[in-house]
Design a protein around this ligand. Structure first.
Ligand code: GLN
Length: 519
């Protein structure tokens, strides 16, 4: 960074950090508020069955984590981060407002197909919008600091806090508004706040110190096709992309052998594309391993790929918090604490609150463990993450098997489950981001960061798929009793617990082997 005058600071950080913090906070506000409502909305408003709801939630959220790979590349090469954030933000606002047009609720099997199409189109706008905004707002944060600036790690901790403050507020507020006053009001609120976040970004852009501008502005204004500048060509192609995603989201492939494997729930085109993308990534990686890199770099890269792959399983369990955890809260939970009856969607706020509470604790812990020579390596941390994750499902499985005298599970069990789960998140999510920057060879670090999020995308889809095993068919009058629900959730959560614990144990066993790779 070439600075002749010192940039304006706030709390010892460049002011631009707080511009990014607030933008990402409102982006996550919109994203997680919507996610807290989405499954309930699909099932209760549009008459989706559980399995189709879980699968759509998984494929949509999966796309929202996969597209940042493209959004990051486009910004690096052409748009620059600032323009990408503005464009992505605009798509997000439109998508949220589109979601707000909810149409009429399904009745007697008759669904409002027009409103449902509008919803798919809105989900596509949001997924593409996240693709443009999320990777690039994070990149700007990194660019506000010189290469060797010691404040960089704390900047990212502050930024991760913004993510979770946004998620926490929106689960509480959007969850409440959406479930109490009407789904559309919740979605619209997310859109309005995202819009205000963008206004804030525009007003504050001078604090980005020119670090988010296109690498080669001339390239953007050059006519590229049919008299259109390259910049406009990118925007128009992205809009065509939205139309494509809108359609792809709806395609299910009826292929008997796969159906049998997936419990009768047809595979989605999105999942097939994801499998191909994963295959291509491994192929590219293999090629990279043989392209003349030295043994030490190769060892680190292999370790990184293993960690990234394992993260998909972690997220595959974790993201069920927006699926079966929410439906369990809806159907079989006494959600009253401190005299307040929380809505089912609001329970997702607990996770973000735990992250906010635990972040300072872990920031304090790692340097201390390091000094004592007791800081576990990356593989052991990931092993712990899987064990905690499995443990959290164990807590809920136990609770489901032991409901109170009213037949309902107490919200306190869910709070405990979230505490255990987020212990896992703390030793995997921020650690994974750090691992990408520490283990990757420099020339592919952006791609590896994109790959890290691509595996979050796989996690979302895995979560949607796994959750179909917890699908519940309502009685003829559309109701689901708490007892009926718990009879499904109990055994299902027990299975998920074993998956997490077994994967954790395997990771512990593999840990010394993996550590040898980096020595
Ligand atoms: N909760 C974090 C975010 O929203 C990380 C999620 C993930 O990597 N899957 O940014």
């Amino acid at each position: 960074m070439n600075q002749t005058t010192a940039p304006a600071e706030f709390l010892g950080h460049p002011k631009g950090l707080f511009v990014c913090f607030l933008t990402e906070m409102w982006e996550r506000f919109a994203f997680y508020g919507m996610k807290a409502l989405l499954l309930l909305y699909l099932v209760k408003h549009h008459g989706f069955d559980d399995a189709d709801g879980y699968i759509l939630l998984g494929t949509y959220a999966g796309l929202a984590y996969a597209l940042p790979l493209l959004g990051g590349m486009l910004a690096d090469r052409y748009l620059g981060m600032r323009k990408a954030v503005l464009f992505g933000g605009a798509l997000l606002v439109l998508g949220q407002l589109g979601m707000a047009m909810t149409g009429t609720p399904a009745q007697d099997g008759i669904r409002d197909e027009f409103a449902i199409q509008l919803m798919y189109a809105s989900l596509a706008l949001i997924a593409v919008g996240v693709g443009f905004l999320k990777p690039n707002i994070s990149t700007i944060v990194g660019r506000l600091y010189a290469e060797n600036d010691a404040r960089r790690d704390s900047a990212f901790s502050i930024f991760y806090m913004g993510i979770n403050v946004g998620a926490f507020m929106s689960s509480l507020i959007v969850g409440y508004v959406g479930e109490t006053y009407g789904w559309g009001y919740g979605f619209a609120l997310g859109g309005i706040m995202m819009g205000l976040g963008l206004v804030q970004f525009v007003l504050g852009q001078k604090h980005l110190l020119g670090q988010a501008e296109p690498a080669n502005p001339a390239l953007l204004t050059q006519p590229a096709f049919a008299g259109l500048s390259r910049e406009w060509l990118i925007y128009i192609t992205a809009l065509i992309g939205v139309v494509a995603v809108w359609q792809v989201l709806q395609v299910r492939i009826d292929f008997a052998p796969l159906n049998a494997l997936l419990g009768g729930h047809e595979v989605t085109l999105t999942e097939l594309v994801a499998v191909v993308a994963g295959g291509l990534l491994y192929a590219w990686f293999t090629w990279l391993m043989f392209s003349g890199i030295d043994a030490i770099a190769r060892g680190k890269m292999i370790m990184l790929l293993v960690l990234t792959t394992v993260s998909a399983l972690f997220w595959g369990l974790y993201e069920m918090t927006y699926g079966p955890w929410v439906t369990m809260a809806e159907r079989a939970m006494d959600r009253t604490t401190f005299g307040i009856e929380w809505t089912a969607g609001q329970t997702t706020a607990i996770g973000a609150l735990c992250v906010i509470a635990m972040s300072p604790l872990f920031a304090w812990l790692w340097p201390r463990l390091d000094k004592a020579g007791m800081n576990p390596g990356y593989p052991a941390k990931f092993a712990w993450a899987l064990v905690f994750c499995g443990g959290s499902f164990g807590v809920l499985a136990y609770a489901a098997a032991n409901p109170g005298s009213d037949g309902l599970v107490s919200l306190w069990w869910m709070i405990l489950a979230y505490v255990v789960l987020v212990l896992g998140e703390m030793v995997l999510s921020p650690i994974g981001l750090a691992a990408v920057t520490a283990l990757s060879i420099p020339r592919v670090v952006s791609t590896m960061m994109g790959a890290w999020f691509l595996f979050s995308a796989f996690g979302e889809m895995i979560a949607g798929r796994l959750a179909t095993a917890a699908a519940i068919t309502p009685a003829a009058d559309g109701s689901i009793s708490a007892a009926q629900a718990l009879a499904v959730y109990g055994p299902f959560f027990t299975q998920m617990m074993w998956i997490g614990l077994a994967a954790g144990v395997l990771m512990f066993i593999a840990s010394p082997l993996l550590n040898r790779l980096t020595r």
